[in-house]
Write a new protein. Structure first.
Length: 145
């Protein structure tokens, strides 16, 4: 393998945007119900509305992080660099490389190494083929020359 290849990793906009819109609508409805309610129900509606708006904010934040390209998985010549905490896994330390799950975005690449295990979820990548590509690149780089 020559050079390095990077892949964006994070929540996809096509999934998170509609869900964030739903949570915003739920929050707005809860505000309307809270204004009309009395006593305990008012408190319940405010709490549910607050949770919905916080979930919407978190989803939008995750989508923006992905769009900006702040989280990337890098498959270099001799190592794999994960975005979560900057974990670097040298290929020589990989003990287990397993692709599990149903075809499509439900698949997970499990990488066992000397310091633990790293998982790459297909749903967090841009396309179905990217997980297969990462798997193939790591397999090819691990082969003895």
């Amino acid at each position: 393998m020559r050079g390095k290849r990077s892949f964006r990793y994070g929540a996809r906009l096509i999934v998170t945007a509609p869900l964030a819109a739903v949570f915003i609508a739920v929050a707005a409805e809860m505000v309307m119900l809270a204004l009309a309610a009395r006593g305990t129900f008012r408190i319940i509606f405010v709490v549910v509305g607050s949770i919905a708006i916080f979930l919407a904010i978190a989803m939008v934040r995750e989508a923006l992080v992905r769009v900006r390209g702040k989280r990337t998985i890098v498959v270099a010549e001799r190592e794999l660099v994960m975005p979560d905490g900057g974990v670097t896994v040298p290929f020589r330390e990989i003990k287990k490389l397993e692709l599990t799950g149903a075809p499509g975005f439900h698949r997970v690449l499990k990488i066992g190494h000397a310091n633990g295990e790293v998982e790459i979820a297909g749903v967090m990548l841009g396309s179905v083929g990217e997980l297969d590509e990462i798997h193939g690149l790591i397999k090819a780089a691990r082969k003895p020359r």
